[in-house]
Design a protein around this ligand. Structure first.
Ligand code: FES
Length: 921
């Protein structure tokens, strides 16, 4: 037996080969310690062993004999949070929360020995812990605040009111900071079985035979399913529904993440062993692994669907004439690679029967499409399918579609037993969608005064093996190709090609990130050719109220793009002398880049969202909506909007989201749309609820509106001072048959598909060219230090200015910007999901090279509030935009520092050295 002390209690466990993480989660049922990679690369499993932070996924239990082990569950004492937990909550350091327990434990190990740590010491202590949401800034602030409180040098800030515009503490983070079981893999059902999916061995091969006989005989195996067992539709997907759930005999596996079978067994270990016994015979085919090859005229389509997923054309004015009359023409090529979302929580599904309905629990980005896809594949009525959203440990666009969900549900349907399938990090990397890789060619023309007169561009987009959301991503790369500028003559093509790579799907930025990289470096090259500074060319051509985008949309009064440039220009000039080279070969460089991004789906698509605001029969005020909390804070935003609308305190509201049985449909949490559409649904439902409530209070108690004072616990009569509790009000209202339930389905202003000819004729109706309801705008300034010998460089400071309309919660806004900026730095500096002939080279989280805490620069978050008339309290949306400007701004800063243009991403030090060699040759 191995004995140790766990959170102050003596424990003993039989000596075995398991890790401490397996013991904690599997034996001790302490689910607060998370498993993000099982390879000591993410730090989500960090606990404290004998005073030292340890990654429990690689620490064998037999090494813990006699140890004192502390986990997140042991931190709060007597109902009081540890200062670190409170600080993480109050500084906005918890977003999706999957990294938070590990972060907090690593920070505790530091504060246990050093109560006044420097920023460098904090970064050193947390260097093994990854966070994909926050950009680490708030985490550093949280550790500093906790330390200051613990040594008596500071107090926690007062709690904000929760009204619109205040930095109230988020309503979903307490349980995450406590390490409560909130994610899909954190809970188990009685009689639960475990699934292991079998994936193809080749990225392109005909499946000749699948032999499951040996696997079926293996110990503990209850079932082995293949495509032949799927009773309904054999494919799934969001738009075109053409991705096979499993590849059947005689069909082709088209990328390395295609599955061929799934083993269901009593234990996970048994399922893994048996999965290896599934024998598959293949006829291996020669695949196509890059879009430019596929774009060659001689390349043949390898799929029935053809070569091309879609081709977006923007045609405006007379490009040939504009080029002929130009003073300056600049032409260039750009490349951006596939990128992995790298959410800290790998995908998971638990399926079961609940109240007679087939039910799937999962952390995703919208339950509606999961209901449709699973029910259709299983041939059950959609009304008999129930999907319940669990907390998602990050999404960033990567959890919009099914992965293992249909496999789990099918097994439950056949066996009538609960089934859990959790993907390993390696499986997640192999199977999940990626940000599209793109090869872009740009040609732009300008007049001597800096007016950009023409753009001709082509984006060759690698959409991988299946459609996923490739079609709208291809569209987005085409329509924002010119960046946030008015360009009178445009000829842009964005063409998506099928390959045998993983499907390109939704990813924060959604096609605009790739276009921004090319456009914003290209604009700087144009400025260089004109001997003009990068601010002036942007100011001169900036989209502004009354100007037109290249698709002909007239920009509304809510456009604050010019202000974002002005703000960055001012701040960057203040910082001009702040940074000095730290060595003889070092150079400081300044770069800027801008971007704009649509809010909502637009293009004539259905974009509505529903909400219910009610007082339940037992006196609970609650909001039910269909947006999905993936760490961005939407549940908080909805409670703030309800509080502002009704004047009932923020803390009184319980927010429920994404249960397909009880919540209205809200569509996908994508396209920076939920604050706008679900926010409006909540606002209108709350307004209706407030009317009903006031009527009821008058009818029940004779209260006049002017004397109703809404408090956390109920309604106070200002005249008598008497408080009527919510429970009492609910009971009396229900006794009288008064409804205190208000539902609203919000449909945003109409949009249109991209008109064939994007040049609006004289006297046109501007609305005929509104492809989107609103846009948000950003300009970022970046300061770097680069070494002209080694090519190494570091981002030191980012000034991030955004116009996202009215900011509902400044702390959440800051967190979104900081997280997006750091993700954008990763896009520029280090990240790439690399493949060799369709087989991933990026096989673990470490190889994704996402930014670590040491890579975090100083970030100034500056908000330019141009309120949107249709947005809730003037809000627009901004979940995606902060990721766009950093990568091109870094390239521009490198040019400023070293005089070399880097156009192929990520910009590694080797690429910088090569560029310097060419320059110096
Ligand atoms: Fe750190 Fe989401 S809050 S990974």
């Amino acid at each position: 037996m191995i004995s140790f002390i766990l959170n102050g209690e003596n424990k003993a466990v039989e000596n075995s080969d398991i890790t401490l993480l397996e013991y904690l989660r599997g034996v001790a049922c302490l689910k607060g310690t998370k498993n993000g990679c099982n390879k000591a690369q993410c730090g989500a499993c960090t606990v404290i062993v004998d005073g030292k932070a340890k990654r429990s996924c690689v620490l064998k239990i037999d090494k813990c004999a006699g140890a004192k082990i502390e986990t997140i569950e042991g931190l709060a004492k007597d109902g009081k949070l540890h200062p670190l937990q409170e600080a993480f909550i109050k500084t906005g350091a918890v977003q999706c929360g999957f990294c938070s327990p590990g972060m907090i434990m690593a920070a505790k190990a530091l504060l246990d020995v050093q109560l006044d740590p420097s920023e460098e010491e904090i970064k050193e202590a947390l260097k093994f812990n990854l966070c994909r949401c926050t950009g680490y800034i708030a985490i550093i602030e949280a550790v500093q605040l906790a330390a200051a409180v613990m040594r008596g040098a500071a107090e926690f800030p007062a709690v904000a009111s929760g009204m619109v515009g205040t930095s109230v503490v988020r309503n979903d983070v307490l349980k995450k900071a406590l390490g409560e079981p909130v994610y899909t893999d954190d809970f188990d059902l009685e009689g639960q079985l475990y699934g292991q999916v079998v994936y193809t061995e080749y990225p392109y091969a005909k499946v000749l035979k699948i032999d499951t006989s040996a696997a079926k005989k293996a110990e503990g195996v209850q079932l082995v399913i293949t495509a032949a067992d799927i009773p309904g539709k054999k494919t799934f997907g969001l738009l075109s529904c053409n991705q096979p759930v499993m590849i059947a005999e005689g069909e082709h596996a088209c990328y390395i993440g295609d599955s061929v079978a799934c083993v269901i067994a009593d234990t996970k270990a048994q399922a893994i062993v048996a999965a290896k016994l599934v024998k598959v015979e293949y006829e291996v085919k020669v695949g196509v692994f890059d879009a430019p090859t596929m774009a060659l005229p001689e390349s043949k389509a390898f799929l029935e669907k053809g070569k091309i997923i879609s081709h977006t054309k923007v045609r405006r004015g007379d490009v040939n004439k504009a080029f002929a009359e130009a003073d300056v023409i600049v032409e260039g090529d750009y490349y951006v690679p596939f990128i992995e979302h790298a959410y800290m929580e790998p995908e998971a599904a638990v399926s079961c029967y609940l109240d007679g309905k087939l039910t799937v629990y999962t952390g995703c980005q919208g339950v509606g499409e999961f209901v449709v896809n699973i029910a259709d594949c299983l041939a059950i009525p959609r009304a008999e399918m129930h999907v319940i959203g669990r907390e998602a440990g990050g999404g960033f666009g990567g959890k919009e579609e099914c992965t293992v969900h249909i496999h789990a549900a099918l097994a439950t349907k056949i066996l009538q037993r609960p089934v859990k399938i959790v993907m390993t990090r390696e499986e997640s990397l192999k199977v999940s969608t990626k940000r599209h890789a793109e090869n872009l060619h740009y040609k732009m023309a300008a007049k001597k005064d800096g007016t950009i007169t023409a753009i001709e561009s082509t984006a060759i987009v690698d959409t991988g093996a299946y459609d996923s959301l490739g079609l709208p991503v291809v569209f987005r790369s085409g329509v924002v190709a010119a960046g946030p500028y008015q360009v009178e003559n445009a000829h842009t093509d964005s063409i998506g090609y099928y390959t045998n790579n993983p499907p390109g799907g939704a990813f924060r930025g959604f096609g605009s990130s790739q276009a921004t990289v090319a456009a914003e470096i290209h604009i700087d090259r144009l400025a260089e050719a004109l001997k003009m500074d990068p601010y002036t060319i942007r100011e001169k051509n900036a989209l502004a109220p009354g100007k037109q985008s290249i698709t002909g949309q007239t920009i509304g009064d809510d456009c604050g793009y010019p202000e974002t440039i002005a703000v960055v220009k001012k701040r960057m000039s203040e910082l001009a002398d702040t940074y000095k080279p730290s060595g003889a070969n070092k150079r400081i460089g300044f770069g800027i880049a801008s971007s704009y991004k649509n809010v909502g789906l637009g293009t004539g698509l259905q974009d509505n969202a529903g909400a219910i605001v009610e007082l339940t029969a037992n006196g609970q005020l609650r909001i039910l909506h269909g947006a999905f909390e993936i760490g961005q804070g939407c549940n908080t935003i909805m409670a703030q909007i309800a509080a502002e609308t009704t004047k009932i305190p923020y803390a009184a509201w319980l927010v429920l989201m994404n249960d397909s049985e009880i919540c209205p449909e809200g569509g996908e949490t994508t396209a920076s749309r939920q604050t706008f559409v679900t926010g409006n649904a909540v606002k209108f439902a709350a307004a209706d609820f407030a009317i009903k409530l006031k009527k009821a209070l008058k009818e029940i108690y004779g209260l006049e509106k002017a004397h109703m004072n809404f408090e956390l616990l109920g309604v106070r009569d200002d005249l008598s001072g008497k408080l009527f509790s919510w429970q009492e009000i609910a009971k009396k209202a229900f006794d009288k048959g008064l409804s205190l339930n208000a539902a609203y389905d919000y449909t945003p202003p109409a949009t249109v598909r991209l008109p064939e000819n994007n040049t609006p004729p004289e006297g046109h109706n501007p609305k005929d060219y509104d492809i989107h309801i609103a846009y948000c705008y950003a300009t970022h300034g970046v300061i770097i230090e680069a070494d002209e010998q080694t090519g190494e460089y570091k981002v030191l400071h980012v000034v991030a200015s955004h116009d996202a309309g009215k900011v509902i919660n400044p702390m959440a806004f800051k967190g979104q910007v900081e997280g997006g900026v750091v993700m954008g730095i990763g896009y520029g500096v280090s990240e790439e999901y690399a493949l060799n002939q369709g087989v991933p080279i990026t096989t673990d989280l470490g190889k994704c090279r996402i930014p670590k805490i040491a890579d975090t620069p100083k970030i100034d978050v500056i908000n330019v509030e141009r309120t949107a008339p249709e947005g809730p309290y003037g809000a627009k949306g901004m979940g995606e935009l902060p990721i766009n400007p950093p990568a091109p701004a870094i390239s521009n800063a490198l040019f400023n520092a070293l005089g070399v243009r880097l156009t192929h991403f990520p910009i590694t030090k080797e690429k910088v050295v090569s560029a310097l060699a060419v320059k110096n040759a």
